[in-house]
Each structure stands twice: as C-alpha cells, then as structure tokens.
Ligand binder design. Structure first.
Ligand SMILES: [Zn+2]
Ligand SMILES: [Zn+2]
Length: 426
C-alpha cells in the first residue's frame, strides 16, 4: 500500500495550518461586524441538490463532482460548493420565518475532480457568505464590499474586482436567444464541448478556456445590452453604492461565473500574481434558487473565497502573516532531581496562559538549549537544585541573550508582564 495522500489533496499542518486559522479568525471577527452568523453544513449532500442548483450544463456537474452510492443505494455527492447546502438548510429549518435578510457564513472543504495545479486542488477550502431575503441593491454592495474589506484586512493590495449583471428570469432568456443565434452562425468554429453548450446553455461558453471559442466571444452580443428596466436600475444602484464607499471595480460583461443559478449582480476578485488560476473568489445573486427548491420567492446573494488561493496571493505579494503559534517559554530542567519542581512550574505557567514547553527526553542542558532555539521560545527558564535552593531562577531572553535572575515566586508575574509587552509591541 502506498502511504500517500490522494492526488489533489494535501495535509495541512504547522505554518499552513496557522495561516488558515488566521484567515478564519479574521473572517469570524470581520463577518460578525457585518451581521453574519456561522453555519456548518454536511460535507456530503444528496446529488440532486447540486445537479438542480448548479445546473446540468455546468462543468462542475458534468465533469467534476465526487458522486457515489452509499450502502443503501442513495446517490450522494461531496459538496463542490457551499451555496446549495446553505439554501437547503435555510429551507429545511424554515429560516424564512425569521427577520430577513438572514446572513450566514461558512468555512470548510469543498471537492471537485479537476486537474491539480498551482492554486487548484481536488479538496480545497472555501470561506463564504450568504445573505438571504433581500432584493435591495444595498445588500449587493455590502456583500461585495465585505469581500474586498476582508481581503484588504489580510493585507492584499493588488486586487482586481470585476462586476457584471446577469439579468433576471425576464431579460436573461432574451439575451440567451440572441447569443444562441450568434453562436449557431459560428458553430463550425466552436470546440466540441461548446457545440454541446450552445444547445444546453449558451452562457456556459463563457467558461471555455479554448482560444478559438474565446475569440468568437469577443464579437458576441453582451448581456448588459439586454437588461430589463428593473435589472438596469438595480445594477446602476449597486455601482453607485460601491463608489460611495470607495470600492473600485471594472465592468466585465463576459463574467458569468460557472453556475446556472446566478441572476443580476455577479462579481469576481482576481489577483495578478496567480497566473492562470487568478480568481480568489466571487459570487452573485441567486434570486430564483430558493423558489426552484420549492420555497417562497426569496432573493439572495453570496460569495465564496478560495482559501488556498488567498494564501498563495498573500505569499506572492510578500505579506508576512502570523503563522504557527509561538512558544513563550522553554523550561530547562538542570538535573533530574529538579524535574518534579520544574513540572509543577510548567503547569502553573500554562494555566496562566503562558505557552510553555519542556524537554521530555531527559536531555543534557546543551541539548535542551538547542531544542528551545528550534522551538522558537522567547525565553528560557532554568530550574535546577541550585536555583531552587536560592529561590531564584535564571531567565534568558533568547533573542538578545540577556539573562536575569528572578525570585521563584515572582516568575509567573514577571513572565506574564514581559510577554504581554512584547506581544503588544508586535
Ligand atoms: Zn431583468
Ligand atoms: Zn469551447
């Protein structure tokens, strides 16, 4: 048996794990300021949930889902995205009877069978929000601006925000008709996938990466020329609200995102540092989805960010983030007979919230010092029989090398104060 994680998956530990936690903690705090509450949904759902919401014609449903039968023969799918499960939960728990909009955020792994490459894996993490129950353009502007605020809070500077409107169930079909007619005229130049897309859903051609299809789309009709009066007014207000809070964006009429459920506002944020997989995330309105699942007509909007891509962008922009948790104190035991006292002190410091560790291998003092260094301890505290007799312990500042003697009973307070002021300065 080969002991290796499956292709397109990875183990997350040490610095990567710390970074991920930092992203999550920042999200928890910031999303809370915008009135969001957490939700966790299952990793797998009934397959139908995704085929019906994401759309039969999308790449996700056609090629990328991890679908399997359980022992009772039910068709289940590892979630490829987070919106459909949240909508399912919203309906199942009758959250529609609560004051709307209801604002929910999630964080967790998603699964898509794609070709792994930089910034794309088969198991990937997403951080997302869904605001359900408001048609107001202010919710669109707020959602987009929250996404940008979050990325900027992490330190990202080089971001490009693209904005489009997908129209509604009244105006989008007339655009699709015109687009289909145009594509049928140029059928011969389309790739095999796109030939099929023309009939299933011509909008999906915008997802095609092939040069010849992209070339054709440059001359294609634009959705924004076909918006109804209502969609036009909505889109104009979203734009003016975004400008009023200083969010810069670029209009991109070919932005459709890879889901069938989007209506009206669609958006995507990109980083120029990521190469081919340059989208950090995006989202849009999905005003028809809840009704599609048998709920009352309920407008909604959301976004999702790719956690690995955000981390990659931070790295490429050279932004240093707090990674793994740090060790405050290494407790060096000088001589075996001092171990019981050392262990008691270790316990006391930890219970005071000071991150403390020691050697568990009865190593020499020299080896313990090496270990303290490798663990990145801020201070090393020496506990030996001589120290215990005197009632004074040596404490070394590992950065400056300076050493001080502190009375045994004053050690916890002394350390707490020093570490507090060091962390405050950071
Ligand atoms: Zn419309
Ligand atoms: Zn194509």
């Amino acid at each position: 048996m080969e002991l290796r994680a499956p292709r397109g998956t990875s183990d997350i530990f040490s610095r990567q794990a710390g970074l991920r936690r930092h992203l999550e903690e920042t999200a928890v705090e910031l999303f809370g300021w915008y009135g969001y509450h957490p939700i966790t949904t299952p990793i797998f759902e009934r397959t139908e949930l995704f085929t019906r919401s994401i759309g039969e014609s999308t790449d996700i449903v056609q090629k990328e889902m991890y679908t399997f039968r359980d022992k009772s023969g039910r068709s289940l799918t590892l979630r490829p995205e987070g919106t459909a499960p949240v909508v399912r939960a919203f309906l199942e728990h009758k959250l529609v009877s609560q004051p709307l909009p209801i604002k929910l955020y999630y964080s967790g792994p998603m699964f898509r069978y794609e070709r792994p490459q930089a910034g794309r894996s088969r198991e990937f993490w997403q951080l997302g929000v869904e605001a359900i129950g408001s048609m107001n353009p202010a919710i669109d502007a707020e959602t987009v601006s929250l996404m940008m605020h979050y990325l900027e809070t992490l330190g990202l500077r080089d971001l490009e925000l693209l904005l489009n409107s997908m129209g509604c169930s009244r105006c989008c079909p007339s655009f699709v008709k015109v687009l289909r007619a145009y594509l049928e005229e140029h059928q011969a130049n389309l790739c095999t996938d796109c030939k099929r897309r023309v009939q299933l859903n011509p909008l999906r051609i915008f997802d095609c990466k092939k040069e010849r299809c992209r070339g054709l789309l440059k001359e294609a009709p634009l959705i924004t020329d076909y918006l109804c009066v209502d969609c036009k007014a909505h889109f104009a207000e979203v734009q003016s609200l975004l400008m009023s809070v200083g969010v810069e964006f670029k209009l991109e009429p070919s932005l459709v995102r890879g889901f069938d459920y989007y209506t009206k506002t669609a958006f995507e944020v990109r980083s120029p540092h990521l190469g081919a997989q340059n989208a950090l995330g995006g989202g849009g309105r999905y005003d028809g989805l809840i009704e599609e699942f048998g709920g009352p007509p309920t407008p909604a909007i959301g976004f999702a960010l790719g956690v690995e891509r955000v981390i990659l962008a931070l790295h490429r922009e050279g932004i240093d983030l707090p990674g793994d948790s740090t060790l405050d104190v290494f407790l060096a035991v000088v001589g075996k007979e001092s171990k019981p006292e050392g262990f008691k002190l270790l316990d006391k410091l930890r219970k005071l919230g000071i991150a403390t560790d020691m050697d568990y291998g009865d190593r020499s003092l020299k080896a313990q010092m090496k270990l303290a260094d490798r663990m990145g301890a801020l201070y090393t505290l020496f506990v030996g029989s001589e120290e215990l007799e005197k009632g004074m312990c040596k404490i070394r500042d590992m950065k400056s090398g300076e050493q001080v003697e502190v009375a045994f009973e004053k050690i916890p307070r002394w350390l707490k104060k020093q570490i507090g002021s060091r962390k405050g300065k950071k």
